[in-house]
Design a protein around this ligand. Sequence first.
Ligand SMILES: [Zn+2]
Length: 460
Amino acid sequence: MTTETTAALRARVAELFPALQADLEALVRIPSVSAAAFDQAHVAASAAATEQLLRDAGLPDVQILSALRPDGTSGAPAVVARRPAPEGAPTVLLYAHHDVQPPGDPATWDTADPFEPTQVGERLFGRGAADDKAGIVAHLGALRTLGLPDGADLPVGVTVFLEGEEESGSPSFRAFLEAHRDLLAADVIVVADSTNWKVGVPALTTSLRGLVDGEVELRALEHAVHSGQFGGPVLDAVTLMSRLVATFHDEAGDVAIEGLVTAPEPQVDYDEAALRADSSLLDGVALAGTGTVSGRLWAKPALSVIGMDVTSVAAASNTIAPSCTAKISLRLAPGQDPAAADAALSAHVAKHAPFGAQVTWRSGEAGKAFLAPGDTAAMRAARAAFTEAWGAAPVDIGVGGSIPFIADLLEVFPDAAILVTGVEDPDSRAHGANESVHLGELQKVVLAEALLLTKIGEGL
Ligand SMILES: [Zn+2]
């Protein structure tokens, strides 16, 4: 692509950006929290609002669709908007989600209302301003930049897919893909729901951790007994559970479950001071594990005890607890098969049952990790587009969290190239209080996506 085209597109994005920002603000004002405890009318309203925006951007075929969840209830409304490919051109699926996380306690926000978008300097604050209504605006901006007024000039076929329940674990996603396979089929899939490396440095997300969880129940007695009468030779179930939990990590703090996979060390490292600040780690508390910080976050397994049933301090009596249950969450390195990880965890708790206590493992959720192929034509096109948009080369990053639906996309569309791109930066605080998007970066995201679509249209 010539520099002239890039400059022209950059000018076009700058010209269009005030209207895009206004559209983002209007979307943030819709409190489309998909969690079941919230009013789902707002999720329907955000689907309707994005449907209209896509129609106005020149996509003639726009529908609001849903599929059934495994429990038989209806999934949240998703928006699918299409413009068929020009003769011989490829089709690109542009994914984002229009639902958001709950706002949390409004008192923890510095702005008056989490759903009232507020610009401070170059950042726009509000729930969903980054995750993932900025992703919607990235797609919309690229379509307007290349295709307005009627979309006829788009260089590729486009299908925009805006999910409505990503923040609730995408329960109907797989059924949706299978029911609408023909509508969604594409040569390249762009998932705009991740992060860039930092302000000024773009990133392609090339790995995501997977997840398994479950419950370990430990039983030592038929019933509770007096701690004075039996304490000494008889240990309580909480002490026994603590000894079991202590075997999950080695002395250095690395996960000590045999047979789990570790991925290669990442290309870039995460600054230790930044991690301490971002995670609110208290002074004097050491980081756990070995290797680079980014390797520990992205390329190794991580185990957390996320719940435990024990008698509360207020209800405590001089009693030896007969049983104890803990909920365990295990993040999986890219390349780890979730079923194998679940089996390893099950074998570990059986092998390390302290003092012969009866230990039972109950498997819970499982989500696959994502590991991009080393290099594809679509990845090269994305990297070139990022470099032109930012004037800085992108880095490959991993993400410690999980987007299990990416594995579903790969399974249902095995021939498609998947690109996981970012709208966030390390200050975006997605899911937390004071979520924000950097508006200067968002302009570059829009430009990069317009450049990417152009490059894909020219042939990979
Ligand atoms: Zn998201």
